[in-house]
Write a protein that binds this ligand. Structure first.
Ligand SMILES: [Mg+2]
Length: 314
């Protein structure tokens, strides 16, 4: 039986570990990914690893941005877009929330959004909002929304959508983040993944304006498509959720996500966050926990969360 604190710690470490585990396999086609039991922090000999100069166990943009969002939520008690977007700039320029100060991975849309922010300073308008601008770059950092206590699903939907705005402003990206946050929130509260997913879908359908129902239907219909582990937000969401539903432990879940190939670090990050909530920190293999770089950064943010007024229900 895990406690709420176990689930939150597990979620954060699950996200970061999945991201770090997926980094060497990023951009590989599924047929080039090693067999599942060989998927590890260091790929088997002979594998052409991505980001070959990055030390084993280093999280990428996904993990850094999720940590920034958690820190921002704790500090501001809500999504303060100005503060949060400035912190994204601090990551991009100075390597904030990275284990070694290096930024080695940044999405095209996020780069464009931060360039817009640097030029105009408006977090409400800097995020691209074209239909083609629906990468998974805001979904990958959404999880911490689920860690801040609320009893109101409308709060959860609003904060998940709002944190997406500065980089991924299209309604599809916002709604995908909301679906994921609702599901993660219910899992933090102790529901099973399938109960949490059903709740998230029902709640979002009731909470979305008529003008956005078509976008939401498009997202929900993605449940029927084959998982591709791509960077498209709808595929990424369902690829990750399916890995959680299809496995019964953390290790198999994130290996399943990486075996899809393509955007491996992000699929494993999105899936690993949920799996970490489900199985707790101790459910993450010890070897992987010990291999993760930058643990003191994570502990610092988690300590701030634990002492913040937002956490009254430990
Ligand atoms: Mg990444």
């Amino acid at each position: 039986m895990t406690t709420r604190l176990d689930r939150i710690r597990g979620g954060m470490y699950g996200l970061l570990t999945g991201d770090a585990l997926g980094v060497p396999y990023e951009f590989s086609a599924p047929q080039d990914i090693p067999e599942r039991r060989l998927i590890d922090m260091s790929p088997p000999p002979g594998f052409a690893r991505a980001h070959s100069s990055v030390p084993e166990g280093t999280w990428s943009d996904d993990g850094a941005q999720a940590l920034l969002l958690l820190a921002s939520l704790v500090e501001c008690q809500s999504v303060d877009l100005q503060q949060f977007t400035e912190s994204l700039m601090d990551w991009c320029r100075n390597g904030a929330m990275t284990p070694d100060g290096r930024v080695f991975d940044i999405g095209i849309q996020t780069r464009q959004a931060l360039e817009n922010f640097a030029r105009y300073g408006n977090p409400l308008t800097c995020g691209p909002n074209q239909e083609r601008s629906n990468g998974n770059g805001s979904l990958m950092r959404t999880l911490p929304c689920a860690f801040i206590v609320t009893s109101n699903p409308a709060d959860m939907i609003a904060r998940a959508r709002r944190q997406s705005l500065p980089t991924h402003a299209h309604p599809r990206s916002q709604l995908a983040c909301a679906l994921y946050a609702l599901m993660a929130w219910q899992m933090v509260e102790g529901r099973t993944p399938i109960e949490a997913l059903d709740y998230a879908q029902d709640t979002l359908q009731q909470g979305v304006d008529p003008g956005e129902q078509a976008e939401l239907s498009l997202i929900l219909d993605g449940r029927l498509d084959r998982s591709q582990g791509s960077g498209y937000v709808v595929d990424s969401l369902w690829s990750a959720i399916r890995c959680v539903l299809a496995t019964d432990n953390y290790e198999d879940c994130v290996r399943e996500a990486i075996a899809l190939g393509n955007d491996t670090d992000t699929t494993a990050c999105i899936a690993g966050g949920l799996a970490g909530v489900l199985y707790g920190e101790q459910g993450i293999p010890a070897l992987w926990r010990h291999a993760l770089q930058g643990r003191s950064i994570v502990e610092d943010v988690l300590a701030r969360l634990a002492t913040s007024a937002a956490q009254e229900q430990y």
